[in-house]
Design a protein around this ligand. Structure first.
Ligand code: ADP
Ligand code: MG
Length: 685
C-alpha cells in the first residue's frame, strides 16, 4: 500500500488542533502535518537532574528531593504571595521558595518526593522555584530536554509542545526516508523518522546534535539536488544558443571604449564569451566589488549577443538605474548602429505599445528595464541574453519557467555583494562564478571618516570646500525601516537645512515618494552638475554612477548594515579625484562602534563582507536581502559550509549517474524534483 504523504495531511487531523488553531499555524507557514513536524525547536530547556555539589551559584538547575517541612505562606500586595518549605536534596537541607504559587500549598506534604527547577543560591542554600512537579504523579519534564519553539500570537509554548508530542505520536511512524540509502549508510545517519523525533525530544545533547546533523545534511542535500539536477538537465539537452561570436568584432568594440579593460575584466569577458559560444545555456554569476566595472563587461556580452543576431535584455532593480544604464549603453552602442530601448513601470500607453512591437519585430536590439521586462505580454523576436544587475537573481524555478515559455536565453547575473568564492560556488551550485578581483588602476582609495553628530558643522564646511573645487556630494538620510513616511520627512528636513547652510549652491532632493519622472529629472541634473549636493534616501543605493561626485555623507550610519554602507560608499571614488566617505553616527552598542571602525579601516568589499560575518555571527549575515542566498530551517551556509560542499558533491554525483533517472530506488527524489518544477520527464515509477 502506498503510504500517505504527510504533506497532504491536514493539521486538523492532529488531535487538539481546532479550526482557529489551524489558522494560527498557517500564519507560521505551517500548512500540513509534514510542516508541523519540521517546525523545529530553536533551543531546549534543560530539566536534567543535577547534583547540587556540582552546581555553581546562580545557575538554573533541576533537582530531586524530599519535602522536609510543611509550607509557610505569606501574602503581600494584591494577589502576591510567597511560599517556602524545606527540602532535603542529597545531603543538603535547602529552602525552596515559590512566588505567587500558593495554590500548590496543599500538595506540599512533608515526606513527599518533589522535583524542583529553578535558580540555585548557594550562600542562602535556597532555590527560587520556576517549576515543580511530583514524581508520584507520573513522569513529567524531569530528566528531559524540553523543546523551545518560536511562538507568538495565540500559540503558546505549552500548546506547541503538547501538539508536537501529539503529532509525533499519531504520525511519527509515517515519516519516510528521503535520503538515498547509500548515503544514510555512508554517513551512519539515523533514519529520518528517528532524527525528527529526536530533534523535538532528545534524550541528551549528543543525541540531539546527531539528529540535527542529519537534518542539516538533508536540507543542504535536497537544495543541492535541485541545483545540480537543473544544471545536468539543461546541460544535457544542450538546447541553449551557440552564439556565433567573432573575436575580431568584439575586439573592435573593446578598442572603442574610453578606457582599457583591467586584467580582471579581460579574464571574465573571456569566460563569458566562451559560455555564449557554447551550445548549452549560460548561467553565470559575475561578482565584483562596487566600482570594479561590471557594467562594461555586461555591455560587451550584450554587444556580442547582438552581433550574433540575437536580442539582449538588461534587468535592474530600480528605474533610476534603468535610466542610467540606458544612457550609458546608448552612448556605447549608438556609434555601432545598435538600438537600445527602455521598459519600466513608467513606460505606459502608446510608448509601451510601440516598444513592445519593436521588440517583437526585432527593431530594438537591447532593452533595459526593471522586472517589467519579463512580464507575460513582453515578447522578443529572439532573446539571446538576459543580464540582471544587483540584487536580482532568477531562482532556479523561475529559470525553469523561462525556458518553458520558449525563451532559452543565456543568463548573466551581476552582484556587488561579494562573498568568498568557495562559498559562492557552493551556494549557487547551479551557477558558474566569475569574479572581478581588482578595480581599475589609478583609483585612489576612498578615505572614510567616522564622526559624531556634534561635528556636523565641520562636515558642512568640508562639503563647501569640495563643492568650491567643482566636486559634488551625496548626503544620505537615516533609514527608518518601519516607515517610509519618516524617511521621506527626514530627507525633506535635511534638504531645507542644507539649502540654508549652502545658499550659493543647488541642493537636490531624492526620495521614494517622488514619481519616476521627478527622480529621473533630479538624477539628470546631478549628473550634469546642475545640482551640487544631492540629499537622498537609500533609493540611491545601488549602481548609480556620477564620477564627479567625491563626497558621500551618511547620516546615522549605524542604522545601516555593513554591506549597505559599502554599497553607498561605492557611489564615490569613481573618477580621478580623491573621494571621501563620512559616517555620522553615535552608536551605543559595541558592535555598532566596531562596524563604523571596519568601514574606516578597509574599502575592499570582500574584506568588508568577511568582517561583517565576524561581527554578526553566522546565520545573521545572509539574512540581508542583498545576498539573495536561500535560507534553511536548520542549516547555515556559513557555519555548515563543509557539509554544504559535501552535499554538493554527493548530489552532483547522484544526478550524473544515469541510474538516478530510471531506478525505482530514486523515484521519491524524482518526484521532489518534479514538484519543484525542475524535472518534467517521466517518473518511471
Ligand atoms: P560596478 O561594478 O560597481 O557596477 P561600474 O560598472 O558602474 O561599476 O563602473 C564604475 C566606473 O568605472 C564607471 O564610471 C566605469 O565607466 C568605470 N570603469 C569601468 N571599467 C574601467 C576601466 N577598465 N578603466 C577605467 N574605468 C573603468
Ligand atoms: Mg553596477
Amino acid at each position: 500500500m502506498e503510504q500517505m504523504d504527510l504533506r497532504q495531511i491536514s493539521l486538523r487531523k492532529v488531535s487538539g488542533v481546532s479550526a482557529p488553531k489551524e489558522l494560527e499555524l498557517h500564519a507560521f507557514g505551517i500548512l500540513s502535518v509534514a510542516d508541523l513536524l519540521e517546525y523545529y525547536p530553536y533551543r531546549y530547556e534543560d530539566y536534567r537532574l543535577r547534583d547540587l555539589t556540582e552546581v555553581k551559584d546562580g545557575e538554573k538547575v533541576t533537582v530531586e528531593g524530599k519535602i522536609a517541612s510543611p509550607p509557610v505562606v505569606s501574602r503581600f500586595g494584591r494577589n502576591k504571595s510567597r511560599m517556602t518549605c524545606k527540602v532535603m536534596i542529597g545531603d543538603f537541607l535547602v529552602t525552596a521558595t515559590w512566588f505567587n504559587r500558593h495554590f500548590l500549598q496543599e500538595q506540599i506534604i512533608a515526606g513527599r518526593e518533589i522535583v524542583l527547577t529553578g535558580k540555585w543560591e548557594q550562600k542562602r542554600m535556597q532555590i527560587t522555584v520556576a517549576d515543580s512537579e511530583f514524581p508520584d504523579r507520573g513522569s513529567g519534564r524531569k530528566g528531559t530536554l524540553q523543546p523551545v519553539y518560536t511562538v507568538h500570537g495565540k500559540i503558546t509554548q505549552t500548546w506547541m509542545r503538547k501538539t508536537m508530542v501529539q503529532a509525533l505520536t499519531q504520525f511519527g511512524a509515517m515519516i519516510e526516508e528521503v535520503l538515498p540509502y547509500a548515503l544514510v549508510e555512508q554517513y551512519h545517519f539515523m533514519p529520518r523518522k528517528q532524527a525528527i523525533a529526536l530533534i523535538h525530544h532528545p534524550q541528551n545533547t549528543e543525541e540531539g546534535q546527531q539528529a540535527r546533523n542529519r537534518m542539516v545534511y538533508e536540507e543542504l542535500f535536497m537544495f543541492q539536488l535541485k541545483l545540480q539536477a537543473f544544471r545536468t538537465l539543461t546541460r544535457e539537452r544542450m538546447d541553449g544558443i551557440a552564439h556565433q561570436v567573432e573575436n575580431r568584432t568584439v575586439r573592435e568594440f573593446v578598442r572603442s571604449l574610453p578606457f582599457e579593460l583591467t586584467d580582471a575584466q579581460k579574464q571574465v569577458v573571456t569566460e563569458i564569451l566562451s559560455d555564449l559560444r557554447s551550445p548549452s545555456c549560460m548561467n553565470r554569476l559575475l561578482q565584483g566589488d562596487v566600482g570594479s566595472g561590471k557594467t562594461v563587461v555586461a555591455a560587451i556580452a550584450l554587444f556580442a549577443t547582438v552581433r550574433a543576431g540575437y536580442q539582449g535584455a538588461l534587468m535592474v532593480p530600480t528605474e533610476i538605474l534603468a535610466e542610467q544604464h540606458l544612457r550609458s549603453l546608448q552612448k556605447l552602442f549608438e556609434p555601432h548602429g545598435i538600438q537600445v530601448g527602455l521598459l519600466t513601470g513608467s513606460v505606459t500607453g502608446r510608448k509601451r505599445k510601440d516598444l513592445l512591437a519593436s521588440l517583437q519585430m526585432g527593431m530594438i536590439d537591447i532593452v533595459v528595464g526593471t522586472h517589467a521586462l519579463i512580464q507575460e505580454d513582453v515578447f522578443f523576436r529572439q532573446l539571446g541574453l538576459v543580464v540582471t544587475d544587483e540584487q536580482h537573481r532568477f531562482g532556479v524555478n523561475q529559470r525553469s519557467i523561462l525556458r518553458r515559455k520558449g525563451m532559452n536565453p543565456d543568463v548573466l547575473t551581476m552582484t556587488a555583494t561579494p562573498i568568498p568564492r568557495t562559498l559562492a560556488i557552493s551556494a549557487f551550485g547551479d551557477m558558474d562564478v566569475s569574479t572581478i578581483s581588482e578595480r581599475p588602476k589609478g583609483r585612489k582609495p576612498i578615505q572614510t571618516f567616522w564622526v559624531k553628530h556634534s561635528m556636523l558643522e565641520r562636515v558642512l564646511g568640508f562639503i563647501r570646500k569640495e563643492v568650491d573645487q567643482g566636486r559634488q556630494a551625496y548626503m544620505i538620510c537615516p533609514l527608518i525601516e518601519e516607515s517610509e513616511k519618516i524617511d521621506v520627512q527626514n530627507a525633506i528636513d535635511l534638504h531645507v537645512q542644507i539649502q540654508q547652510a549652502l545658499p550659493h549652491y543647488r541642493v537636490g532632493l531624492l526620495h521614494g515618494r517622488m514619481s519616476a519622472q521627478e527622480k529621473e529629472e533630479v538624477m539628470q541634473q546631478f549628473s550634469r552638475n546642475e545640482v551640487q549636493v544631492l540629499i537622498s534616501t537609500t533609493v540611491i543605493e545601488v549602481g548609480v554612477d556620477v564620477p564627479n561626485s567625491t563626497l558621500m555623507i551618511i547620516m546615522d550610519a549605524d542604522r545601516f548594515g555593513l554591506s549597505q554602507l559599502h554599497q553607498l560608499r561605492g557611489r564615490v571614488g569613481r573618477g580621478e579625484h580623491q573621494s571621501y566617505c563620512i559616517l555620522i553616527a553615535d552608536p551605543k552598542s559595541e558592535v555598532g562602534q566596531q562596524r563604523m571602525q571596519v568601514m574606516t579601516e578597509t574599502d575592499d568589499g570582500f574584506e568588508v563582507s568577511r568582517r561583517d560575518l565576524e561581527l554578526r555571527g553566522p546565520g545573521d549575515f545572509f539574512g540581508t536581502k542583498q545576498s539573495g542566498l536561500p535560507e534553511f530551517r536548520l542549516a547555515d551556509m556559513v557555519a555548515d559550509f563543509a557539509v554544504l560542499e559535501q552535499a554538493r558533491d554527493d548530489a552532483g554525483r547522484l544526478v550524473n549517474d544515469a541510474a538516478f533517472w530510471t531506478s525505482a530506488q530514486y523515484v521519491g527524489l524524482r518526484k521532489f524534483l518534479q514538484r519543484e518544477q525542475i524535472f518534467q520527464g517521466d517518473l518511471l515509477d
